[in-house]
Design a binder for this molecule. Structure first.
Ligand code: SF4
Ligand code: SF4
Length: 319
């Protein structure tokens, strides 16, 4: 049993594990595992020592988390995100989160701002409502999740933001306005401003899986990085990641298997109506229409599944 270490998380009162359970792959945008099965994985991670679960209104994983919380002695911290553009929708998203996960409050609520260059201008109304919900005790801390370096810098200096969830990986895949070094610099600055920081897409959605150990270490060792959210679909992955992030150790035989996994995006082209709804959903210009059918640009795709959420025909899946 690996020792359950906890780490400071910026100016929040939370003490967190280095490994954050990223729930995105469990839901309908990706592997779409049954809530009971996903819950079993989450519970396994919690028992091991993971004490933060990352989710979002968009992910469709609240029922998995509700299952995962059953029977655990120590409740983990729950972080969710709202992509709402209005106050009414933001409140609806939080109410749904609390109701579907059967929890009293969210520990952190992010503006789900992947594609927002100026999140505090574009989501001013939403942030005001988030602050209201914070005063009401529905949310403890406020945050921003983003793929933009400029937004990390804005969040670093924003008085209402406690936590930042930036996209960062060794190769910079998915960073929308600069290099990994520039994102790393913004992250270090935000940490100096005493924000809690946990990274996302350390493997660029699976594109860097063959060098997973190196890529996880790269992100975790960045100055100011407190933790990493990693999507996980098996107990072996959870155990391997927890040990690597907590102790730095990686058993060669386990990781040789883990690094062989392949992930890909699939579009059931014969059912594509050519509506184009998936195109603006992509942060990376990774999908386009050709002869009335959606096509993927493999080099640009970070396997996030956001295009899948936007497709009214439900024909895109990251598997
Ligand atoms: S094509 Fe889809 S899965 Fe790939 S990066 Fe764009 S939104 Fe994400
Ligand atoms: S949203 Fe779905 S149906 Fe519309 S173009 Fe994209 S893949 Fe095709």
């Amino acid at each position: 049993m690996v020792q359950q270490k906890r780490y400071r998380f910026g100016r929040t009162n939370l003490k967190i594990s280095r490994l954050v359970y990223g729930s995105l792959p469990l839901g309908p945008l990706q592997a779409n595992v049954a809530p009971e099965e996903g819950g079993e994985l989450i519970r396994h991670a919690i028992k091991l020592g993971v004490n933060v679960i990352d989710t979002a209104e968009l992910y469709g994983t609240y029922r998995h988390i509700r299952e995962g919380l059953k029977g655990v002695s120590q409740q983990p911290h729950i972080i969710s995100k709202t992509h709402a553009a209005t106050a009414v929708d933001a409140r609806r998203h939080v109410e749904r989160a609390l109701n579907e996960m059967n929890v009293q409050k969210l520990d952190v609520l992010h503006i789900h701002g992947a594609r927002l260059v100026n999140p505090f201008i574009d989501r001013a109304e939403v942030l005001a409502e988030m602050k209201s919900m914070q005063r009401e005790g529905l949310v403890d801390y406020l945050g921003l999740s983003t793929h933009y370096i400029c937004a990390v810098k804005q969040a670093a200096e924003h008085p209402d933001i406690d936590v930042i969830h930036p996209l960062i990986n060794r190769d910079g895949m998915g960073i929308l306005d600069g290099t990994p070094a520039e994102m790393a610099e913004a992250i270090a600055y935000a940490a100096k401003c005493d924000k809690g920081i946990y990274g996302m897409k350390a493997l660029a959605g699976g594109n860097l899986i063959k060098e997973a150990r190196e890529c996880f270490r790269f992100v975790l060792n960045l100055p100011g990085m407190h933790a990493l959210a990693i999507g996980m679909l098996s107990k072996e992955e959870i155990e391997g990641n927890y040990k690597l992030l907590t102790t730095g150790e990686a058993e060669a035989t386990v990781w040789e298997q883990l690094e062989k996994r392949e992930r890909q995006i699939q579009i059931m082209e014969q059912f594509c109506k050519g509506c184009g709804a998936c195109i603006p959903a992509c942060t990376n210009h990774g999908i386009f229409l050709e002869n009335g059918k959606a096509k993927i640009i493999k080099e640009a795709c970070i396997l996030c599944g956001y295009c899948a959420a936007a497709c009214p025909e439900f024909i895109i899946r990251v598997v």
